[in-house]
Design a protein around this ligand. Structure first.
Ligand code: C5P
Length: 297
């Protein structure tokens, strides 16, 4: 079995779209302790299938568009493996939650199939295949704290100190990533050109290991677009802030709202307040950073 974490974008700067439609990014990812699990079983050549259980399972496609299936197929093609695979995914990470749940499953499928087929791909090759599957997949392989550039797929470790306590508030229903980027483009209009500048203040805060500094530096260019598409998230953010979170941010394209706490007790207080407030579907605590895709059996 391979388990992979969710990600939070502590900072996400988005540039104007490239000719291929993707947006150049400068982002700082942190992997947090909310995990999906992926198991693989051998199957006859050409037979790629997936079953999904757990949180939001009915919203996950089980055809060829499933990112774990795409990842397995790309690995098989790269190494001319004449085999198929039966993938089973158990989800805890909210679907279309801005937490890289699908990408996380793709990263897990790569690591699991690499072991099943004995392809011994190695880190660089896995990262290359991961980048072809989706922008967040390479980060889900490496985990920890990392800076993402390109369309998010070029990752390098970020210097960081500390373990951070998070409270995640899940919304009813997801937000499709492509729609949130499109809304940002609409809001910005075509008059000015935007560059994705590295969030230096945030990187300094991460190096300091001080959650108060980090809380103040959280910043996501996609947040106004996610709020425009889902105005009720403003209330969720307000409640976390009323209970003294050190900083709040919508993760990636949303709609999951993330609150940074000063310590574990503080995280429990914020989680209880959010749970009782009716402003979100459910609440979970997590810590970060944690490692990326890991074989656990
Ligand atoms: O790379 P991934 O398939 O995860 O991206 C999903 C969608 O999000 C893309 O089709 C694109 O519309 C949008 N996206 C973007 N710029 C990025 C990453 C994603 O516009 N850097």
């Amino acid at each position: 079995m391979v388990r992979t974490p969710a990600k939070v974008n502590l900072g996400l700067r988005v540039g104007s779209p490239r000719p291929d439609g993707y947006h150049p990014l400068a982002t700082v990812y942190q992997a947090v302790s909310l995990y999906d699990e992926v198991k693989v079983r051998p199957a006859p050549a050409g037979d790629f299938s997936v079953t999904v259980t757990g949180e939001g399972a009915d919203q996950v496609p089980t055809d060829d568009t499933n990112l774990a299936v795409q990842a397995a197929k790309r690995l098989a093609k790269t190494f001319t493996v004449h085999a198929g695979v039966a993938i089973s995914i158990h989800k805890t990470i909210a679907v279309e939650g801005g937490l890289a749940g699908g990408s996380s499953n793709a990263a897990a499928a790569l690591v699991a199939c690499d072991a099943l087929w004995g392809t011994d791909a190695g880190r660089e090759q896995l990262l290359r295949i991961a980048a072809q599957v989706g922008s967040d997949v390479p980060f889900c392989l490496v985990g920890g704290n990392a800076v993402g550039s390109g369309r998010g797929e070029e990752v390098s470790p970020a210097l960081a100190r500390g373990v951070y306590e998070w409270v995640l508030a899940f919304a009813d229903g997801g937000l499709p990533t492509a729609e949130v980027y499109a809304e940002l483009d609409r809001m910005r209009g075509t008059d000015s050109l935007h560059q994705a500048q590295t969030p230096l203040e945030l990187m300094g805060a991460l190096r300091s290991g001080d959650p108060f500094q980090l809380g103040m530096a959280l910043d996501n260019d996609l947040q106004p677009a996610a709020l425009r598409l889902r105005p009720s998230l403003a209330r969720t953010l307000d409640v976390g802030e009323e209970y003294g979170s050190l900083g709040s941010i919508i993760s990636g394209s949303g709609p999951t709202c993330c609150f940074l706490a000063a310590n574990e007790d503080h995280a429990v207080d914020i989680a209880v307040a959010l749970s009782g407030s009716g402003v979100c579907r459910s609440v979970q605590r997590a810590t970060g950073p944690v490692p990326g895709a890991q074989r656990v059996s």
